[in-house]
Design a protein around this ligand. Structure first.
Ligand SMILES: [Ca+2]
Length: 347
């Protein structure tokens, strides 16, 4: 009996030890508040013991750099995680200039308007002085082979960091990217132009450089985002508890369902984040993926193939998600977001 108990305790401690080695993550984001996907993905990460966020790096995309930074600082305060540092990155893509199309269609990376107050007012917490690029280079160099980069916006910050340290690519454990759409897999149309996905389209040059860098990549393209549907049913379950996070969701998502109960959202960045937490949620195929940087009708379009094709010389193979275990994913997402707030490690 005593031996049995001892063995049980040993197994428990061993399981705890294995579990207590979370992914060390840099969370790179064109942050947007919930119901926006970056905001929801951050809530999932903060509520997941498999993830330890070393820092958040912001980039222009969904919103301007300043708005994204202001909003993410506030969400960290609401979630009680002001211990996580935030670093500003690129306020513009590497090359892509403003155009009539860019200004009239979705994406406010061009905006230089001051950010509006986030829920509850501007955060007291400030962004760090160090740049996103320097933080990425320094942090990965200090933990070679141990840091996972989760990139949920245009890849400008990642591309700049890769350019600053030619050895960086070989030191990153893995790069999880929400971006692109692959026409050779199902559901592979674009969402900003007929064939281009938004993140890659905002900074095609950065996307191409990053995809060709040699970092091991887990790509979460629109093909897999389109397996999701966040409806009122799931929202109601998610906000059935009383926490600072669910209060934020009630404030930011609730009004949408009041005016339009049939409203639903695709979950883009949330799937990318979840696929790091539990790899078995997604199915992947190994494909070469490259990005068109010619400034024509296919600017920013990602193309994937099992073999290299003419024009794609130098492209790299990566794991491309094409299917999702939706029931398990949404159950995990909802149960974690509605749970009592997790504390900082050691906090
Ligand atoms: Ca994003």
């Amino acid at each position: 009996m005593v031996v049995g108990l001892g063995l049980a305790l040993f197994l428990l401690l061993t399981a705890e030890a294995a579990f207590s080695q979370p992914h060390l993550v840099i969370f790179d984001t064109d942050f947007i508040l919930p119901p926006g996907d970056d905001g929801m993905a951050l809530l999932l990460a903060l509520q997941s013991p498999e993830v330890e966020i070393l820092g958040i790096t912001t980039v222009a995309g969904n919103e301007s750099l300043e708005r994204g930074t202001s909003d993410v600082l506030r969400v960290l305060e609401i979630a009680g995680r002001v211990d996580i540092p935030v670093y500003r990155g690129a306020d513009m893509p590497l090359v892509h200039e403003k155009s009539d199309f860019a200004v009239s269609n979705y994406g406010k990376w061009w905006s230089d308007e001051p950010p509006p107050p986030p829920p509850g007012g501007f955060a007291k917490k400030q962004a760090e002085v160090e740049s996103a690029y320097d933080f990425i280079v320094r942090t990965v160099a200090a933990n070679p082979g141990n840091v996972t980069l989760v990139a949920l916006g245009p890849l400008t910050n990642v591309a700049v960091a890769l350019g600053k340290d030619p050895g960086l690519a070989s030191k990153i454990k893995e790069l999880v990217i929400m971006g692109g759409a692959v026409a050779s897999l199902g559901d592979g149309g674009g969402n900003i132009t007929p064939n281009a996905e938004f993140n890659f389209w905002v900074d095609p040059e950065a996307a191409r450089k990053t995809l060709r860098s040699g970092v091991p990549i887990l790509l979460s393209p629109l093909n897999v985002s389109r397996k999701t549907k966040l409806t009122k049913k799931w929202y109601d379950e998610m906000v059935a508890t009383e926490t600072p996070i669910t209060a934020l969701l009630k404030e930011t998502m609730g009004p949408h369902f009041k005016t339009e109960p049939a409203r639903n959202w695709l979950m883009y960045d949330q799937v990318a984040m979840a696929s790091l937490i539990d790899r078995t949620l997604v199915k992947t195929e190994d494909l070469f993926v490259d990005v068109d940087v010619n400034h024509g009708i296919n600017y920013g379009v990602s193309v994937g193939g099992a073999d290299l094709w003419p024009g794609a010389e130098g492209a790299r193979k990566m794991k491309v998600q094409y299917d999702l275990d939706w029931p398990r994913f949404i159950e995990m997402f909802v149960s974690r977001v509605r749970a009592p707030l997790r504390k900082a490690p050691g906090g």
